[in-house]
Design a protein. Structure first.
Length: 341
């Protein structure tokens, strides 16, 4: 089960006795632990019965001891152990010695009153280790690695629903394209959007356009789109906006070069019959980047893309050898590649 589905289905009366979380998506791991905490406690009984450990500083047998001890003036207890490196293939110099057998014995008969959460912040765990096999067999496993595009959009929808808000599909897509899959940043942007739409409780594409800043990559995409359509004036307007935002012309040129290169590589593979997922895998690009590139390749021929790349290289050489001023050189580049032969 995915981390999103697991968090959504968490309920007080169905909480498991031991959870084993592994992965590098810290935001979701924290969200999971926070949700379990909220389900277990009121303000009166949380302080004494929410215990957190770092495995680097605490022998695992002490963690087990705590998990097996009855709660203090409460019905339930939460024990969380962070940085569980015992299932990792990485070599760690620990200050303490661990009695792994104590944990294995606990997993056989965990305490009814305790929810034990074991967190291994690693993308992959060592499947060969005996302890890893026991944890996978005896606990509820939750993988917490970075989400793909569809999962991020689902997380956006779920987060807003919890606050009684809805988001339009186009607004969700624009939010993802501007912020990406960084859930911490997305949470901040969602808070801003919810404040702005408090009365209607519906976030539309225009709301995102007004509130969430356009990324440099998105601006470069807009420049390339304008160039493809021969709309030189529009391309220059976006370029000058980037300059006003203190973006470096050479950095803009590098992004333009990368975009044209990606378009050429995508177009070549598209003509060979490869699909979006195959192209993304071969080029090691995000599927959404390939999806946008496939839309743009319709407006470019391979010869035009090759000429654009050559022009980018010539511009880079002219700037670095002092033959042309960088701001003007990139401006001339845009004018040149906007003109169809």
């Amino acid at each position: 089960m995915t981390i999103l589905a697991t968090i959504k289905q968490l309920k007080r009366d169905t909480l498991q006795k031991v959870y084993f979380l592994y992965g590098v998506e810290t935001f979701l791991i924290n969200e999971f632990v926070d949700k379990v905490h909220q389900l277990l406690f009121t303000e009166d009984d949380e302080t004494m019965n929410d215990i957190r450990f770092q495995l680097m500083d605490t022998p695992i047998q002490h963690v087990v001891e705590e998990a097996a001890t009855i709660p203090f003036f409460s019905n339930r207890k939460l024990v969380v152990v962070h940085d569980f490196y015992l299932v990792s293939s990485q070599k760690v110099k620990a200050k303490v010695e661990h009695d792994v057998q104590a944990l294995e014995d606990y997993l056989t008969t965990p305490a009814d009153s305790t929810v034990l959460i074991i967190i291994a912040p690693y993308e992959k765990i060592d499947e060969r280790k005996k302890l890893t096999k026991r944890l996978k067999k005896e606990t509820t496993i939750v993988e917490c690695n970075p989400l793909n595009e569809e999962q991020v959009k689902q997380w956006i929808t779920n987060s807003l629903h919890e606050h009684g808000f809805h988001i339009d599909q186009r607004a969700s897509q624009l939010l993802f394209s501007r912020v990406g899959s960084n859930l911490m940043l997305l949470e901040k942007e969602l808070e801003k959007c919810m404040l702005y739409t408090t009365e209607k409780r519906q976030i539309m594409e225009q709301d995102v356009k007004e509130l969430v800043a356009e990324t440099v990559d998105e601006s470069i995409f807009s420049v390339v789109e304008s160039v493809a359509l021969g709309k030189t004036e529009r391309a220059l307007l976006v370029y000058h906006k980037l300059l006003r935002q203190k973006e470096e012309p050479l950095a803009i040129l590098a992004l333009l070069t990368r975009q044209f290169r990606n378009l050429l590589y995508v177009k070549i593979r598209q003509e060979k019959g490869y699909g979006q997922k195959e192209i993304a895998s071969q080029l090691k690009l995000h599927p959404y980047v390939v999806q946008l590139a496939l839309q743009q390749t319709k407006r470019y021929s391979k010869p035009h893309l090759r000429r654009a790349l050559i022009a980018c290289a010539d511009t880079d050489y002219a700037i670095k050898t002092g033959r042309d001023v960088k701001e003007r050189a990139v401006e001339l580049l845009l004018i040149t590649i906007s003109m169809r032969p």
